[in-house]
Design a protein around this ligand. Structure first.
Ligand code: SAM
Ligand code: SF4
Length: 333
């Protein structure tokens, strides 16, 4: 039997082996559910440097984390992102480096990030209609994103998954076309319930709420969905279709609480170790790293202590009040 390595266990006995690292708060899109139209981004000094990000990745890996997902903002707009991907890609003990991207920069970067060690990619796509896409992202770039998805398929990632946030009255009529798009390309797709993060003005979240059960019901009218026990380490529940390699996932923070099996923590772009997406409990790793630059052992000890304060669960509600005032681009989705 292989010797078991170190493990990070929280106060409720959950093993934490997955970290999401937000590498920038900036983005070339302004998705209506994620950002306000006018955003003020952080000054450079408040954002973790690439060296700090790499050290945090190393600390977690040495503590037993096996999966790191890079996110943001849009990770591929961070200058020199490739050098971070390369450093993390070489970490001993890391089984999987993944990234969530809006796809806009993939024609340029897909091959390079694949070669640097990114195994799986999540690409966000909420609409196949150019005008609808432009309304949801506030940018007219559907063609660029579809070209990016095709470049990623060409680059040979182990798995590619589309992420679609479905909003009633906005894009709920695109559920089946999006499934068709994924099937044609042999890639996966997950449907996400919108989360109440950040105060937004573009829509009323309780009116646009579309449950995963409703999305599943509409897909099941066309395709028979076979429940699958597969997991990719995240919160998606997967289904397969008999006649396709594509998997369909549902991420349901409202309707199917997944806190009991939570295996992850997040590090925000400012270096806050966020113990729960839906709560404010956090520890400031940037302050520590700037007081004690390069001190890996102190960083590891702080992370271990922090894990004892990971909350048991979040309490998202549908009353349209953001439960957490951070926008998703700060947190890292
Ligand atoms: N820019 C990249 C992208 O869009 O894929 C990575 C960051 S983005 C914050 C990560 C994921 O969070 C995206 O799939 C996006 O659709 C999702 N997201 C953003 N705001 C959300 C919200 N309020 N509720 C649910 N999902 C959200
Ligand atoms: Fe940018 Fe991603 Fe947020 Fe859209 S969801 S605004 S692409 S960070």
């Amino acid at each position: 039997m292989a010797a078991s390595g170190p493990e990070l266990i929280d106060g409720f006995g959950r093993k934490i082996d997955y970290v999401r690292l937000s590498v920038t708060d900036r983005c070339d899109f302004r998705c209506v559910y994620c950002m306000a139209e006018d955003m003020t981004f952080l000054p450079r000094a408040r954002v973790l440097t690439l060296e700090e990000l790499a050290l945090i990745g190393r600390a977690f890996t040495e503590l037993g984390v096996r999966r790191i997902r890079l996110t943001g903002g849009e990770p591929l707009v961070r200058r020199d992102i490739l050098s971070l991907v390369q450093q993390l890609g070489r970490l001993d003990g890391l089984h999987e480096l993944t990234m969530t991207t809006n796809g806009s920069q993939l024609t340029r970067y897909a091959r390079q990030i694949r070669a640097a060690g990114v195994k799986r990619l999540n690409i966000s796509l909420d609409s196949l209609d150019p005008q609808r896409f432009a309304a949801l992202t506030r940018r007219d770039k559907l063609d660029q994103v579809v070209a990016g998805i095709d470049a990623a398929i060409e680059a040979g990632f182990e798995r590619i998954k589309l992420n679609a946030v479905i909003l009633n009255g906005r894009n709920d009529d695109e559920i089946l076309p999006l499934v068709g798009f994924a099937r044609e390309r042999g890639i996966d797709i997950s449907f996400i319930e919108e989360m109440p993060l950040g105060a937004i003005s573009s829509h009323n979240r309780s009116e646009t709420y579309c449950s995963s059960d409703e999305v599943q019901r509409r897909i099941a009218e066309r395709y028979s969905l076979l429940p699958s026990a597969e997991t990719t380490g995240g919160p998606s529940r997967y289904f397969r279709m008999a006649d396709s390699n594509s998997r369909i996932g549902f991420i349901s923070p409202h309707s199917h609480n997944f806190c009991d099996s939570c295996n992850r923590v997040r590090v925000t772009v400012e270096g806050l170790l966020l113990l729960c997406l839906g709560r404010e409990n956090a520890v400031d790793l940037r302050a520590l790293l700037r007081r004690h630059p390069g001190d890996l052992e102190r960083l590891k000890a702080t992370i271990c202590d922090a894990l004892q304060h990971k909350p048991q669960r979040h309490h998202f509600a549908l009353d349209d009040q953001p439960q957490v005032l951070r926008f998703m681009n700060m947190t890292g989705g």
